[in-house]
Design a protein around this ligand. Sequence first.
Ligand code: GDP
Length: 338
Amino acid sequence: MFEKLKKRILSAVQKIARKGEEKEKIEEKKKKVEEKVKKKKGLLKKIIKKIKVKKLKKEDIEPIISEFKINLIEADASLEVANKIGDDLIKSLVEKEIERKKFKEKIIKSLKESLIEILNIPSIDLEKIISKAKNEDRAATFIFFGINGVGKSLSIAKFANFLSKKGYRVILAAGDTFRAAGDIQLEKYASALNLPVIKHKRGADPAAVIFDARKAAESRKYDIVLADTSGRIHTKRDLLDELQKIVRVNKPDLKILVLDSLSGNDVINQFEFFDEAVGIDAVVFTKVDVNEKGGNILSVCYKFKKPILFLGKGQNFDDIEEFDSQRFIENLIGDLKI
Ligand code: GDP
């Protein structure tokens, strides 16, 4: 996972650290001074400090930082994220007296702090949302959005499985009524998981399908409705109208956008489209198991500040990981040897 991104971070850390650890011709000076002026302790102390401690100039590391930014962008990070990480490094390293031996430590600390800031988004309290709905005698309704092929159906199935294992009763709503019957994976997944699914005929009003699922959940005492929606209909305008109607009619507790982590910077456009349409509360990134880059996850977090509900990590129902920013950061820079 994210191997390319990790390699690029490691290479930047090593290059900057080398700059910091580099010794000038001070060693020779030190010897001479030691011989000549044993008494001049003050001067000696100063020189020893120069050997142990170094102040980097901006021009010392600027080329490395520029290259690092390009590498981050090649690993799918946006320009904004790359600039933030690069600028943070410059701020914490340039014109600071740093012990040569401590350079790597300092670089990794700065990287960690940048990543923490980028990923610092309050997470979603699912239990709270579900119990609030229960107190109101209704099922919590989570609606999933996203373009076709991103892994929406499988993500819904994984999430349903995850919630069922926690003891919740989950019902699915086949709200993508536009897709040809053969493409409807959701029903196959529901049957494999032994979960009920509410569906209408192809072309039916998806807002009504989800409404029916909510009513069914209420009368059959289910806790949660997970609803699929269409990712493509005749025109963007049609899709927009359809999605807005779904939300107007069903007032979901969460509007979740599924993004394919392999789609590079297009995830930004997708987020903007769906966010303008319905207002996104949380995101899911799929296919991180086959993604070497992962910079776009940082970009979406930094730009939109919406929590990641979970990561999709494979093609099985159990391949789901609750997002934990600390674990994510650890995976990216935890292996860096200090
Ligand atoms: P939808 O069109 O958005 O509903 O997409 P599907 O749920 O049908 O998934 C599209 C394809 O992506 C399928 O072949 C899934 O098995 C695959 N897929 C979905 N999520 C993941 C994931 O996390 N990892 C991997 N490797 N494949 C995934």
